[in-house]
Design a protein around this ligand. Structure first.
Ligand code: FAD
Length: 294
């Protein structure tokens, strides 16, 4: 089913993001996670796509396995920056033939290597080009999501710029957006307000990253320009070498963050699971009473 239709139902949307594992053991672990999370009846789940097309086959395999072996609505991420037009069309035709109806249309990170950049920067310069390609070639077959950045994408000089180009993706046919992770809700509220003033009317689903490994998330956050509040950094640093304590703090923080978002009227939450279910299940258990009321 199309995610755009599900989002219109008015029910609170819960969704989970996974990445395609490299090994059979990793895939087994992922499917255990999926089985654990499936009973929460999420609106959709999504599977990431490796930079430069590096997980093309693995992403496809996991997307189709979820589609064929579970009752979940699945969305395939697709990055365009390293593919030719024909390659993109092949990937999309294959998804269509296999009954996949949801794509997260992304540009992907520009390869650092100059030669790679020259040979790969072939068809799509920006995600908006992929959105246009999909709408032109496939009409309404796919429900399309795009990325958005409450603190601005690292390449954007300011938020006005960010919103201007986000709006182009929506005008080209995106149905909804999922945000980059953020840890300070005030960035999200400010971003949504600017988007609304700019006339962007699609759902902007907040992306929640429960911190289970502080060093890893600190690195991710600095790469994507997400601010970790100093009070959380200080607390995390006192327990940084104790995995259980880090996870406990991370889950508590994410619960407070979700409670605040729900009380401020968000209609969905997207969890970056890193293929594990424990933290997400604990957060869900804690907030589920609020979801029923919203
Ligand atoms: P775009 O929307 O094209 O924006 C990129 C930058 O270019 C922004 O600064 C934008 O303001 C600017 N821009 C856009 N159009 C123009 C224009 N016409 N002129 C000038 N500037 C312009 N990466 C992966 O590799 N695989 C994944 O599976 C993946 N999943 C993600 C999921 C989510 C929810 C999010 C938030 C990000 C994800 N990413 C993923 C990361 C993403 O690929 C990178 O952030 C990438 O650098 C930008 O992709 P985009 O689709 O946001 O690009």
């Amino acid at each position: 089913m199309k995610i755009s239709e599900k989002l219109k139902s008015g029910e609170f949307s819960i969704s989970f993001e996974f990445f395609p594992p490299k090994t059979p053991e990793g895939e087994e672990q992922l499917f255990n996670t999926i089985r654990n999370l499936e009973r929460l009846n999420p609106t959709f789940v999504s599977v990431t796509y490796g930079a430069g097309g590096s997980t093309r086959d693995r992403t496809r395999k996991i997307v189709l396995r979820i589609h064929n072996e579970t009752n979940l609505t699945v969305m395939a991420h697709l990055t365009c920056v390293s593919h030719t037009r024909e390659e993109l069309l092949d990937i999309l035709r294959d998804y269509k033939e296999n009954g996949i109806e949801n794509i997260l249309a992304l540009r992907g990170d520009i390869p650092q290597d100059k030669d790679l950049r020259a040979s790969h920067d072939i068809f799509c310069k920006y995600a908006v080009d992929l959105v246009k390609l999909i709408r032109n070639e496939f009409g309404d077959h796919f429900s399309l999501g795009v990325a958005s950045y409450p603190e601005g994408h690292p390449e954007s000089p300011n938020l006005e710029w960010e919103v201007k180009y986000f709006k182009l993706k929506v005008e080209a046919g995106a149905d909804f957006s999922i945000t980059q992770m953020f840890f300070d809700n005030s960035y999200y509220y400010r971003f949504v307000e600017i988007c609304e003033r700019a006339g962007i009317g699609v759902p902007i689903i907040p992306g929640i990253m429960p911190i289970t490994n502080f060093k890893q998330i600190k690195k991710f956050a600095s790469m994507c320009g997400a601010t970790i509040p100093q009070r959380l950094v200080s607390k995390m640093e006192t327990v940084a070498d104790n995995r259980e304590e880090v996870e406990k703090l991370g889950v508590e923080f994410a619960i407070r963050q979700c409670e605040d978002l729900i009380s401020n009227g968000v209609t969905g939450l997207h969890f970056y699971t890193l293929n594990k279910s424990k933290a997400t299940l604990e957060i869900y258990e804690s907030i589920k009473g609020l979801l029923k009321q919203s």
